[in-house]
Design a protein around this ligand. Structure first.
Ligand code: ADP
Ligand code: MG
Length: 373
């Protein structure tokens, strides 16, 4: 009798695993933007065509891709950022799994990459990708300054159910993508602290261009907030600047050497004055980062809101909080989208954060100039 357990064909495996890397519109855009940040870009333009249904294009002025790398750009698990598992403990780049472009190829109608390094500029090369991530034969030349443009058309067309869902919920999916892009535009996310100028535009069915987000590439969070929402947005915000030490939970600290049992934590950002709040009840203007990487930190978010609510019961604060900790005390390789982060000694960190926040909010020992009228 023939065996009933058989290997899936490689095309099916590729499509199945890709569907977990690029789950929705926002992860697609996020992967492209992170590639531009990793390439050292100081200017990034994201162009949605018909809210991303027709096309998503990310144009950067980063390093570009060298001709010898063209063949492997979109091959699965091919990356220029990580060469061994051990590097993960110190990884600074956003990407490291080498899955994004290969997944986008598997999940869209077409992917093209136009790129030039400083050696080739002002001549760029247009590369078209096959669904399996291989280069299509015959590239074209075009005028291009240093940098890379990645264009993804017809996202999810090979997955009819997901494409239909995206079509049905496009406005909601588009605003989720904008919220995520706002997070990148607010805090200089680059490891070297350089500012990045973000422009996000949408072209509607008639080809009309609408600017959605515009930042100014400033290094300071304050200045970015002012660029994104206007100077008025700063009026009711206070600078958040907390520093505290966290002692390690020993059993959980396998990756941290004994000598580093105390971790220094710095939290920088902006928060609503607790007497003013942001006048909202929702938490849509709360942005959290670990070392400049936007991520979901539900427990940290909960503590911020709890402490805030103990001073102001009816409003949810506006929060931008970038938690700066040694890279070897957090693990970003938890989910393919890297939005979930494991923090070593999380319990102690949250407890210390709570105390530090309460102290900062407390009018007697305030580090904020809180207006109590
Ligand atoms: P990862 O980011 O995990 O390395 P990706 O699939 O996102 O994997 O990208 C594959 C490779 O393509 C990257 O490692 C990088 O070398 C190159 N690349 C992708 N986008 C860009 C870009 N905008 N600028 C320069 N290089 C890029
Ligand atoms: Mg990447």
């Amino acid at each position: 009798m023939s065996s009933s357990i058989k290997a899936l064909d490689s095309t099916s495996v590729h499509r199945i695993t890709s569907g977990q890397v690029v789950v929705d519109l926002q992860t697609a855009v996020k992967e492209l933007v992170e590639n531009s940040l990793d390439a050292g870009a100081t200017s990034i333009e994201v162009r949605f065509k018909e809210y991303g249904l027709k096309a998503i294009e990310v144009i950067d002025n980063g390093s570009g891709i060298a001709p010898e790398d063209y063949e492997s750009i979109a091959l699965k698990h091919h990356t220029s950022k990580l060469s061994a598992f051990s590097d993960l403990a110190t990884i600074q780049s956003f990407g490291f799994r080498g899955e994004a472009l290969s997944s986008l190829c598997a999940l869209s109608q077409g992917v093209s990459v136009t790129t030039a390094t400083s050696n080739e500029a002002p001549v760029g090369t247009i590369l078209e990708m096959e669904r399996n991530g291989k280069l299509k034969a015959g590239s074209k030349k075009v005028a291009r300054q240093r940098g890379t443009t990645v264009a993804v058309t017809g996202i999810f067309s090979p997955l009819p159910v997901r494409r239909k869902e995206l079509y049905r919920n496009i406005k909601r999916e588009f605003s989720k993508a904008l919220a995520l892009l706002t997070a990148y535009a607010l805090v200089p996310c680059s490891q070297d602290g350089r500012g990045v100028r973000f422009t996000v535009v949408n072209y509607n069915e008639k080809g009309q261009r609408m600017v959605q987000i515009q930042s100014n590439g400033a290094k300071s969070i304050k200045s970015s907030v002012s660029a994104v929402w206007g100077p008025k947005a700063l009026a009711n915000l206070e600078v958040l600047d907390l520093e505290f030490d966290v002692t390690s939970e020993k059993s959980l600290m396998k990756r941290v050497p004994e000598s580093e049992e105390v971790t220094h934590v710095h939290v920088e950002g902006l928060i609503s004055k607790f007497t003013f709040g942001c006048g909202r009840t929702g938490t849509d203007r709360q942005f959290f980062y670990i070392n400049g990487r936007p991520c979901n930190l539900p427990k940290v978010q909960k503590i911020f809101n709890e402490v805030y609510r103990s001073f102001n019961t009816n409003q949810a604060p506006f929060i931008i909080a970038n938690i700066i900790i040694p890279t070897n005390t957090c693990d970003v390789n938890v989910s393919p989208d890297k939005r979930t982060v494991f923090l070593h000694s999380e319990y102690n960190l949250i407890a210390a954060l709570k105390i530090s926040l309460e102290e900062a909010f407390s009018p007697e020992r305030s580090t904020f100039s809180v207006n109590t009228q």
